[in-house]
Ligand binder design. Structure first.
Ligand code: G6P
Length: 362
């Protein structure tokens, strides 16, 4: 039947709020009570034979795939590549000997992704689709499919599907890594991590006034905003920048913090908002250096850090998760900032101009 907003003013806020419950549901659907991942053996056998995984997706699902590459390389030791579907489809790379294709698509209907799926099948290559819609076109046309259990996502800007995609990727990476007897996978308490993620998300979404204030202070006036981070924080910078631009029409850019000095710093002037994610310990000091560089040019810097990386002036401090799962929290921060910045501009949060929930033309 029709999905209702209930007491919520918008679908987007409802869907942001649902994320702790979605994490718990994925844990229940995919893990046994003792925390063992439950994945069809045939799919694990197929993936175990891969010498390389090719993730293909569009939009927010592409950003979730970037996180997937890191999860799979760490926990399965299988190399992975990530492609934007609309590029991949017309510029096929030279493939490895035993590729397996993994498509991420909230709707399961995106034409750009489908086009790559059709060509992969024509080449007799194994395909898996991770989607929120069990009976979608991509789910029906692929060899294997996994569902997100996020519940219907109505707002055009994807929120709970992004975090659900990351959680399901984590389940699959753990299952495959255990199947391959990779020590890191065997030692990883994913059930605990998903529980910590759910609790961390709940703390974030409970502080609505805090996010509204941050959005007003940092994003209230500007028509530009920059998001920066390194490694996993770079991946989330891309998603957080997309989230704000697609609903608020603020021009945003997400970029690798180390690239700042190679170009973007030319744009940093008085009062430009720079949202910085610092959850990666190994590179935190370099990103702190970037923060100093933009502060020296008058930027308004909002730092979102993890406990282990925090400094006294940071506005948001997040509990530690497995490093590759930090987007479950940093991603929600990006969503909340985008949401309130858009609301404060009086714009239609759920149905931004020019955008569709799923794009069924190439
Ligand atoms: C559209 C939506 C985006 C979404 C993208 C991919 O552009 O506006 O929010 O990320 O399609 O959609 P999919 O359903 O394949 O994840």
């Amino acid at each position: 039947g029709e999905v209702s907003k209930g007491a919520y003013p918008t679908f987007m806020l409802k869907e942001i709020d649902e994320q702790p419950a979605v994490m718990r549901r994925i844990s229940q659907e995919y893990l046994t009570t003792s925390g063992q991942p439950q994945i069809e053996p045939k799919l694990l056998q197929t993936l175990a034979q891969a010498d390389r995984l090719y993730f293909v997706a569009a939009g927010t699902s592409y950003h979730a795939s970037l996180v997937g590459k890191r999860l799979f390389e760490k926990y399965t030791q299988i190399p992975a590549e990530v492609g934007v579907a609309s590029e991949f489809g017309y510029h096929w790379p030279i493939l490895s000997q035993q590729p397996v294709f993994i498509f991420l698509s909230q709707s399961g209907e995106t034409a750009d992704s489908r086009q790559v799926l059709i060509e992969a099948k024509r080449r007799h290559l194994p395909t898996l689709v991770i989607t929120n819609v069990a009976n979608s076109t991509l789910a029906r046309e692929s060899d294997y499919s996994l569902v997100l259990h996020a519940g219907p996502e109505i707002a055009v800007a994807s929120t709970k599907a992004y975090t659900a995609q990351i959680a399901v990727e984590a389940v699959l990476a753990k299952a495959l890594g255990e199947y391959l007897a990779i020590p890191a996978a065997l030692a990883w308490d994913l059930q605990m991590q998903l529980s910590l993620a759910a609790n961390g998300m709940a703390t974030l979404v409970d502080d609505k006034q805090g996010w509204a204030d941050l959005a007003a202070n940092f994003l209230g006036a500007s028509q530009d905003a920059f998001y920066l981070g390194r490694g996993i924080d770079y991946d989330v910078s891309l998603e957080a920048a997309l989230k704000l631009k697609e609903i608020s029409y603020v021009h945003t850019e997400g970029f690798a913090a180390g690239e700042l000095k190679h170009g973007t710093i030319a744009l940093i002037e008085q009062d430009v908002p720079v949202i910085t994610f610092i959850t990666e310990r190994t590179t935190a000091s370099h990103t702190r250096g970037n923060v100093q560089e933009v502060l020296a040019r008058g930027a308004q810097v909002l730092v979102i850090a993890s406990e282990a990386c925090q400094q006294a002036t940071d506005q948001i401090v997040l509990p530690e998760l497995t490093p590759e799962l930090m987007p479950l929290l940093t991603g929600v921060c990006g969503q909340l900032l985008a949401y309130y910045a858009t609301l404060q501009r009086g714009l239609n949060v759920d149905q931004p101009r020019n955008l569709a929930k799923s794009v069924t033309v190439e």
